[in-house]
Ligand binder design. Structure first.
Ligand code: IFM
Length: 453
């Protein structure tokens, strides 16, 4: 039988994870404390006071996990490197055990014919750097370049795809302005400065990656969602525009030589985020941020419908569709595949990145194992199928989409939600750390084998 949906020959089918969400071993083998260790150990910060202390125990079980990836036929695996595992104090002395861990992981992946995709920063900042001011201070961007140098010198001969940051908007806004992520600060000016230094550190790290890892690709991963007004009212349209500006354009525009968007500068001024103007932007920063990259990674999960109450209000997100799992995931995020086609088209035709990866896409559904030990996660299969078809439509429209990474390879620590949300295509029992392939993993395996469905 021929596939209805067939992907290009070298399309990369992958799965993604992040260090703090899966590794565990938070204080072992020379690792330093991260902001997420500190945050999760603070009572009341995380639902159920869960922590990533052990998580999926991937630090110990990595060989088994590569075995599962191989079983699925994954072509690529996106993981992140824990900065405090490499540089426990943020800079200076290298923890060789940490370097060796990732070196073994990369060798294991390559031996299994799985291409390693490394992300340098997926939110676990060394606590020592946070104690010096964290991302709102410029020296953190400088330390990031040192860290990039250490990691890419150690792994750059074998890792050929590097992302500097994962979702810098989430780090800046949720971590420093809204306080729901580590380090839990609530200050709009801190958020603004953090955003700038995250971008700056990216731009300064790109040449280091290229120098240390010949013939590799370097890029950044941004989160994008399909933000639309719930009606034609001017206020609803404003709300959608501002939310897109804050979460996407504030990052994408400077990365692609446009500087910070004027409409959003005005908005942030009104919020008081630029009380001293752009005093944190130094000569050469904007050029560094716009250093050309080889790819853009997009993390897409769904649509936000905007209905504003008053012009002063922060954007409000409305819920219109029936509350069924077919439309809404356990996160209360809307399943809206057309927004993926739209987002890919928008990003490509507006910014012209050399290539795009869907670096994350997936859904949280808590479906447990049944009496036969199977996990019949039909809603996740529906979600993945409709989104993969949506990605295919974007390719047909001319978007140079090179790969798709399901989020996530396995259930893991979902930040402020703890273990209460399950995104994995592999079930993890958080008592025994046993893994079970969910039905979605088996379905994904057949997609990979057939290069479509
Ligand atoms: O789990 C996160 C991931 O770390 C970053 N992107 C979104 C995922 C789901 O919330």
């Amino acid at each position: 039988m021929t596939n209805k949906i067939k992907f290009p020959k070298d399309f990369l089918w992958g799965a993604a994870t992040a260090s703090y969400q899966i590794e565990g071993a938070w204080d072992k083998y020379g690792k330093g404390e991260s902001t997420w260790d500190r945050f999760a150990h603070t009572p009341g910060r995380i639902r159920n006071n869960d922590t990533g202390d052990v998580a999926t125990d991937h630090y110990r079980l990595w060989k088994k996990d590569i075995g599962l990836m191989k079983k699925l036929g994954l072509k690529a695996y996106r993981f992140s490197v824990s900065w405090p595992r490499i540089l426990p104090m943020g800079r200076g002395k290298v923890n060789q055990k940490g370097v060796d861990f990732y070196s073994r992981l990369v060798d294991g992946l390559l031996a299994a014919d799985i291409t390693p995709f490394a992300t340098l920063y997926h939110w676990d900042l060394p606590q020592t750097l946070e104690d010096e001011g964290g991302w709102p201070v410029r020296s953190t961007a400088e330390a990031f370049v040192e860290y990039t140098d250490v990691v890419t010198r150690a792994l750059g001969d074998r890792v050929k795809s590097w992302a500097t940051h994962n979702e810098p908007a989430v780090v800046a806004w949720l971590g420093y302005e809204m306080g729901v992520h580590a380090p839990g600060k609530k200050d709009v000016t801190l958020g603004m400065k953090a955003a700038h230094h995250l971008l700056l550190s990216h731009g300064r790290a790109v040449p280091v990656i290229h120098r240390n890892s010949p013939n590799s690709e370097a890029g950044i991963v941004l989160n994008i969602s399909w933000k639309v007004p719930a009606s034609k009212s001017v206020m609803d349209m404003e709300s959608a525009r501002l939310d897109d500006g804050r979460w996407f354009r504030w990052f994408s525009d400077p990365l692609y030589t446009r500087g910070y968007p004027a409409d959003m500068t005005e908005h942030f001024m009104k919020l008081g985020a630029l009380s001293n103007g752009f005093d944190f932007v130094k000569t050469g920063d904007m050029q560094a941020i716009a250093t050309p990259t080889d790819f853009m990674g997009l993390n897409y999960y769904g649509r936000n419908l905007h209905r504003a109450n008053t012009p002063e209000n922060e954007p409000q997100i409305d819920f219109l569709l029936p509350k069924t799992p077919e439309h809404w995931t356990d996160m209360d995020w809307e399943n809206y595949p057309d927004g993926l086609t739209g987002s890919l088209g928008r990003v490509y035709f507006d910014y012209l990145p050399r290539r795009i990866y869907i670096s994350e896409n997936g859904a949280s559904y808590s479906t447990p194992p049944d009496e036969n030990g199977k996990v019949p996660d039909v809603h996740r299969i529906h979600y993945l199928k409709t989104h993969i078809a949506a990605a295919h439509r974007a390719i047909q429209a001319g978007v140079p989409l090179a790969g798709y990474f399901v989020w996530s390879l396995m259930d893991n620590f979902e930040w402020s939600f703890g273990y209460g949300q399950r995104f994995g295509i592999i079930w993890v029992d958080f008592e025994t750390r046993e893994r079970i392939l969910k039905d979605s993993a088996k379905w994904y395996k057949s997609v990979i084998r057939k290069n479509g469905f």
